[in-house]
Design a protein around this ligand. Structure first.
Ligand SMILES: Nc1ncnc2c1ncn2[C@@H]1O[C@H](COP(=O)(O)OP(=O)(O)OP(=O)(O)O)[C@@H](O)[C@H]1O
Length: 251
């Protein structure tokens, strides 16, 4: 007798795009920054997005994060299609599920480092979990700077405060644009270790744009972009593999 087995399909996708296209400019002078990209990002994964300057990395990430509207296609965060939602609903998804680490710090000058870090929690009416705050602050080496205002901190320290602010809400998906760009090597390594642990141990999903092959080697996947398209998808990337791929693409 033939037996059938029921298969339960569990979706492990945190974030996805379907035929995502972003075109800038007028009809006369169009730039196709992202060109028909379909990709699935697994929950709890750490993905690096790499590619030459102008290949569309930031545009892809901004569309995936709901900061920029695609020209066509879908952007899924969980079950929500950001491209189809009104702006207010997109803002809510961003607030509830997404964290950003950007190069611009946007710290409030009158608040201390700690007050800046916990601000998103307070704005969302959420409690500050001391253990999470301590872990984030410790991983970034900010313990002795919490009472300082931004003007009393170095550029690298301000960057770390901005990183802590993005992490303290424990967002499901963290988008990071060159997060180690302004950091010295030791602090950069510490941040990458921490991001990797957020993915591996806590199931957070990290998507990071970087030019740095050593930073990409902390990820468990590297998407390689060229002219707005994904031209490579490397599992467990090493710095050598990434550099080799980019070299071959540039040649
Ligand atoms: N607001 C905009 N208006 C017009 N064109 C834009 C805009 N933003 C980006 N572009 C163009 O879209 C393309 C992709 O830009 P994007 O910033 O996404 O690339 P990138 O890979 O992140 O580059 P980089 O590594 O230099 O930061 C480029 O040709 C860029 O000039």
């Amino acid at each position: 007798m033939e037996r059938t087995t029921a298969v339960t399909v569990i979706t492990h996708t945190a974030c996805a795009t379907r035929h995502l296209t972003k075109i800038y400019g007028s009809t006369a002078e169009q730039v196709v920054a992202v060109d028909d990209v379909s990709v699935d990002i697994a929950r709890g994964s750490f993905t690096a997005i790499m590619g030459p300057s102008g290949s569309g990395k930031s545009t892809l990430m901004h569309c995936m994060a709901g900061l920029d509207r695609p020209t066509s296609g879908q952007v899924l965060i969980g079950d929500d299609d950001l491209a189809a939602l009104p702006e207010r609903a997109v803002t809510r998804v961003r607030r509830d599920k997404v964290g950003f680490i950007f190069q611009a710090f946007n710290l409030l000058p009158t608040l201390t480092a700690e007050q800046n870090i916990v601000l998103p929690l307070e704005l969302a009416g959420r409690r500050v979990e001391r253990s999470v705050l301590d872990a984030v602050v410790d991983s970034l080496g900010l313990g002795d700077r919490l009472g300082h205002r931004p003007s009393q901190l170095s550029g690298g320290q301000q960057q770390r405060v901005a990183v802590a602010r993005a992490l303290v809400t424990r967002p499901e998906v963290i988008f990071a644009d060159e997060p180690t760009g302004a950091l010295d090597q030791k602090t950069g390594t510490r941040l990458l270790d921490y991001l990797r642990a957020c993915a591996r141990d806590d199931g957070q999903t990290i998507i990071m744009v970087t030019h740095d092959a050593r930073a990409a080697a902390y990820a468990d996947r590297a998407l390689m972009l060229l002219d707005g398209r994904i031209v490579g998808d490397l599992a467990q990337p090493t710095a050598e593999a990434v550099t080799g791929f980019l070299g071959a693409v540039a040649a």
